[in-house]
Ligand binder design. Structure first.
Ligand code: PRP
Ligand code: URA
Length: 213
């Protein structure tokens, strides 16, 4: 795959370890859900290392007053792409407990693989926030591209997209369509099969998170 300036593929042994268990078809729904959250926390930590809005405050230690840098309150909005993106929200809330959450509902048509947007509810003032758009699976890239377009139409200018598993086809598509968006994936898989599923992948993330199969 081409090198894109706006794409980061994590290559971390801890994340690789968790993804190996996530892929295993024997992994229970409970463990799958926990792993998605844990991987998301690790991804958030990495992806925000040079990009969290911060501010200065004065702190009085037992010895003296000092100036400290802290994360700016209410500066981040989490936007999961429903359904599977919901599984990633708690993994970010662990780090940003007061982050507000917008929801974009999308479902891929199983034959055309085109995403259909069925819901969109975003917090007021989102246009000035850092938006963390999340979805565990980046397959053809159709859902991510449409979700980012929708956020831009609402005025969002600072968007980071995080997916746990990406396919090369989808990653290239989103990176080219939205060069101003930072894209993070934990692992880059081989390809898509004829039904638009990622190989080796982990199957249907929504079904595995919510037990719908
Ligand atoms: C899955 C996944 C992504 C999308 C990825 O959702 O969670 O949103 O497919 O595919 P794409 O990159 O080809 O668009 P799905 O539409 O199956 O809905 P679900 O989350 O409700 O299961
Ligand atoms: N959506 C999923 O949940 N899994 C895939 O492999 C592709 C799209």
């Amino acid at each position: 795959m081409k090198d894109y300036k706006n794409v980061v593929v994590f290559d971390h042994p801890l994340i690789r370890h968790k993804i190996a268990i996530l892929r295993d078809e024997r992994t229970s729904m409970k463990e799958f859900r926990e792993l998605v959250e844990e991987i998301t926390t690790l991804m958030t930590y990495e992806s925000l290392k040079d990009g969290v809005p911060t501010t200065k405050i004065e702190v009085k230690t037992p010895l003296e007053i000092c100036t400290q840098t802290v994360v700016k309150d209410n500066s981040i909005v989490i936007v999961p792409i429903l359904r599977a993106g919901l599984g990633m929200v708690n993994g970010i809330h662990v780090l940003f407990p007061s982050a507000r959450v917008g929801h974009i509902g999308m479902c891929r048509n199983e034959e055309t693989l085109q995403p259909d947007t069925y819901y969109c509810k975003l917090p007021q003032g989102i246009e000035d926030k850092l938006v963390l758009l999340v979805d565990p699976m980046l397959a053809t890239g159709g859902s991510a591209c449409d979700a980012i377009r929708l956020l831009k139409e609402k005025g969002c200018r600072h968007i980071k997209f995080m997916a746990i598993i990406g396919a090369p086809e989808g990653l290239s598509r989103v990176a080219e369509a939205h060069p101003d968006v930072d894209i993070y994936v934990s692992t880059l898989d081989r390809c898509l099969n004829e039904h638009g599923y990622i190989l080796p992948g982990l199957g249907d993330a929504g079904d595995r998170l919510f037990g719908t199969k």
